[in-house]
Write a protein that binds this ligand. Structure first.
Ligand SMILES: *[C@@H]1O[C@H](CO)[C@@H](O)[C@H](O)[C@H]1NC(C)=O
Ligand SMILES: *[C@@H]1O[C@H](CO)[C@@H](O)[C@H](O)[C@H]1NC(C)=O
Ligand SMILES: *[C@@H]1O[C@H](CO)[C@@H](O)[C@H](O)[C@H]1NC(C)=O
Length: 345
């Protein structure tokens, strides 16, 4: 009877969670995005971006409120993925876009505020030792970015996933080897880094967990690795991959479940608080908060009704996204006046 009791306990935490529903935002008929839609990012205005614009692995575009091109890689081999916006030290908006095939991250600068387009795209950081990179997280206080990446093999070993960081000058450094890593996010106080880790055995996915680390956002160092969520124990969905992850300003973590059309929401203490169901998408690849108040949570992924297209659903909540909030509060650095007394002549 021990087993039955354990099962009841396991099911009750999942059953107690709020069940919320996202509604269709961009359907297959109107979508300019392909099946590889991924890497949701938000800018200062709350516009949402994603990759595979024009069904093109080289291109990223704006997805909400309307569709338009943001960036096309100059390299034909590219597979663009994660997107993050930031405010630089002069107050200018910049964007980072990961390229999983060329093992580098582009930095977009020279934004035209009227059109939203960027004049310049430079390679910001690059290392052939990176497995991909896949998704990007950012610590705005230091401008440091964090990169996940994976190598899909039928039997996962440590080293089939990695975690890298690039400092604000673009210097890349590996932080660790893992099983397959994918979702990556920094908490609003920048003291915790979240990283998803999945494992395969004999070609089947057998494990999906979210790891948490203590983070030093300045040096990029991580420590005190622990398991924040184990989906095998939480709700028996170990075989469903975790994909993009984002936090809100209260530190709640939103985790996509790529395959079951869901986002699982966790408190900073790791308690499940809600499931948000997608409507148009089973394979939710990523998510981000946007809209004018930063409280609309967009879910993106391959459309249910047409698997050649990328769709978006939206959940209009009350929590403000962490990325959106950081873009509002970061103001240009005021040049510090010399504190020394003028030297006597
Ligand atoms: C969300 O999905 C779950 C699992 O498929 C289902 O049990 C639940 O009823 C759905 N909730 C809503 C609000 O549709
Ligand atoms: C990319 O491919 C197109 C045609 O497929 C070709 O015209 C173009 O020169 C290529 N560009 C580069 C940078 O290789
Ligand atoms: C990916 O895994 C395969 C199979 O283990 C291995 O042969 C290959 O070298 C790995 N690739 C990278 C970039 O580590």
């Amino acid at each position: 009877m021990k087993l039955a009791a354990a099962f009841t306990l396991l099911a009750s935490s999942a059953l107690a969670a709020n069940r919320l529903q996202a509604v269709p935002f961009l359907g297959a008929a109107d979508s300019l995005y392909g099946t590889g839609i991924e890497g949701a990012g938000v800018d200062k205005l709350g516009n949402i971006y994603a990759v595979d614009f024009n069904d093109d692995a080289l291109s990223a575009g704006q997805i909400a409120p309307s569709q338009s091109l943001l960036f096309q890689s100059p390299n034909n081999a590219s597979l663009v993925n994660g997107i993050r916006f930031n405010i630089d030290s002069t107050g200018a908006e910049e964007a980072y876009i990961a390229d999983a095939i060329t093992h580098q991250v582009y930095k977009l600068t020279g934004r035209d505020e009227a059109t939203g387009t960027f004049a310049k795209a430079d390679v910001f950081c690059h290392d052939e030792g990176m497995l991909q990179p896949n998704d990007i997280a950012i610590a705005p206080s230091s401008g440091r970015i964090f990169l996940s990446g994976m190598n899909w093999t039928s039997d996962s070993v440590v080293g089939n996933g990695d975690l890298w960081t690039c400092d604000s000058s673009g210097l890349a450094k590996k932080l660790g080897d893992f099983m397959r890593t994918n979702g990556v996010e920094v908490s609003p106080d920048e003291k915790t880094l979240y990283l998803s880790e999945a494992a395969n055995t004999a070609g089947s996915v057998v494990s999906n967990v979210v790891l948490a680390f203590d983070l030093d956002a300045s040096s990029g160092e991580i420590s005190n690795q622990r398991t924040f969520v184990d989906f095998a124990k939480l709700d028996n969905t170990a075989a469903t991959d975790i994909d993009g992850m984002r936090t809100d300003v209260d530190g709640n973590l939103y985790v996509t479940r790529n395959g079951i059309g869901q986002v699982a929401v966790f408190t900073p203490a790791g308690e499940l608080s809600a499931y948000i169901n997608a409507t148009s998408i089973d394979f939710v690849s990523n998510l981000e908060f946007g809209g004018s108040s930063g409280t609309d949570l967009y879910l993106i992924g391959r459309c249910k009704e047409d698997e050649t297209k990328g769709c978006a659903d939206v959940y209009a909540g009350s929590a403000v996204g962490r990325a959106f909030n950081d873009l509002q509060k970061k103001s240009p650095e005021v040049p510090t006046k010399p504190s020394r007394c003028p030297a006597k002549k």
